[in-house]
Every structure is written in structure tokens, then in C-alpha cells.
Write a protein of this length. Structure first.
Length: 206
């Protein structure tokens, strides 16, 4: 069976750690990663991490120049399970919402939408003005998913890395990718739901 492919777009919004974590988790899942970074993303990498350009490229299977609008991921014939943009700037969101793509990152997202593939945009901005909200609505109406990287606290995270991991793992859930280490909510500790004996045995085995 061929490896599943995913397109990872990285824009210039703050939160380069989300891109790094997506790369790490996708490698653990043995998913083939086709990545494109915007010029602003390269700057964010320098501002927010100690990682080099080579460090990031080595985590992906294929890395495309953002100016290469003739790359494989610009075509609907390129088979993949969808595209994650982590993080997604308001500019990238606006371009995807308008359909007036101007680089490979936004073109790949547009193609994924037209092919009815899963597109998840980890939109990173706050507060939001009406234009941002309208762009989010437009992308949602096209079939995309707006996934702001809002941390969850029910898992009682002990570090920033744990928070980032949980957020990205939940985004990968949307592609049907199961991160085994992801803590999942099973109900309040003092209120255990009824379960059949067979289900209880299955849980004990797993």
C-alpha cells in the first residue's frame, strides 16, 4: 500500500512551533509530507526558533519553493488526503477565501478545495475584525475547516510542548490521522458512563 500523502503549508503567522510539531507527528504516523513555506514563514522561523532552514527541510519528504506554481501540489491530479496550513496568517486566509491565489501555498489550498479534499487552516490572529470573520465564513462555505490553535486545558498540560502537541494532534484528527499519544476525553472522573462487559474488556485490552 502506498503511503498517505499530506500537504503542509506554513505561512508567516506567529506559531512556527505548530508547523514543527505537525512535521514531527506526521513522521511518527509515516505520512508522506509535501511542504511549502512562505517567505514570511522563513522569517518567523528565525524569530521564534533556533532551527535552521535545513533542520526544517529534513523533517519533510518534499519541500517546494513557494514561487513554483507549476509544482506537483498545484495540480488536482496529485493524490493526497488534504492540506494543513499551520499556522495560517490572515493574509493566507484572505487569499484562499477569495480564490485569487498568488503563490504555491495558496494555489495548493485552492486546488484541495476544488477537489473536495480536506483543508484545515490553523488561523492565528486575535482579536478578529469583521473582514477576518467573513473570510473564515467564505472558506467554511467552500468546505474548508477553520481551526484556530486554541489550547485545551482538560488534559492538564505540564508544558508548552504538551499544549502544542495536543492542538496539532487534534488538527490531524480531522484528516483521520490518529496520534496514539493524544489524551482523549472520556468523561468526568467522578461520573463513569455505563459500558457493556464486552466494551470494558476491549478497553482493558487496548
Amino acid at each position: 500500500m502506498e503511503r498517505r500523502r499530506i500537504i503542509l503549508g506554513v505561512s508567516g503567522a506567529t506559531g512556527f512551533a505548530y508547523a514543527v510539531k505537525a512535521l514531527e507527528l506526521l513522521r511518527e504516523l509515516d505520512v508522506e509530507i509535501h511542504m511549502v513555506l512562505s517567505g514570511a514563514a522563513e522569517r518567523t522561523r528565525r524569530e521564534e526558533t533556533d532551527l535552521s532552514d535545513e533542520d526544517i527541510h529534513e523533517l519533510a519528504d518534499v519541500v517546494y519553493p513557494n514561487a513554483d506554481i507549476g509544482a506537483a501540489i498545484a495540480s488536482g491530479s496529485f493524490q493526497n488526503i488534504g492540506m494543513l496550513v499551520a499556522p495560517c496568517s490572515m493574509r493566507t486566509l484572505a487569499v484562499v477565501a477569495s480564490g485569487a491565489t498568488d503563490n504555491l501555498l495558496t494555489r495548493a489550498a485552492d486546488v484541495a478545495l476544488k477537489e473536495r479534499r480536506r483543508v484545515v487552516l490553523m488561523a492565528r490572529e486575535t482579536p478578529l475584525h469583521l473582514g477576518h470573520l467573513r473570510n473564515m465564513t467564505a472558506v467554511t462555505e467552500m468546505g474548508g475547516i477553520i481551526y484556530p490553535p486554541v489550547p485545551a486545558f482538560y488534559q492538564l498540560p505540564q508544558s508548552l510542548d504538551a499544549m502544542v502537541t495536543h492542538t496539532v494532534a487534534r488538527a490531524l484528527d480531522l484528516f483521520g490521522l490518529n496520534v496514539k499519544s493524544l489524551p482523549r476525553w472520556t468523561g468526568s472522573a467522578n461520573k463513569k458512563p455505563w459500558a457493556s462487559p464486552q466494551h470494558k474488556r476491549a478497553l482493558e485490552v487496548s
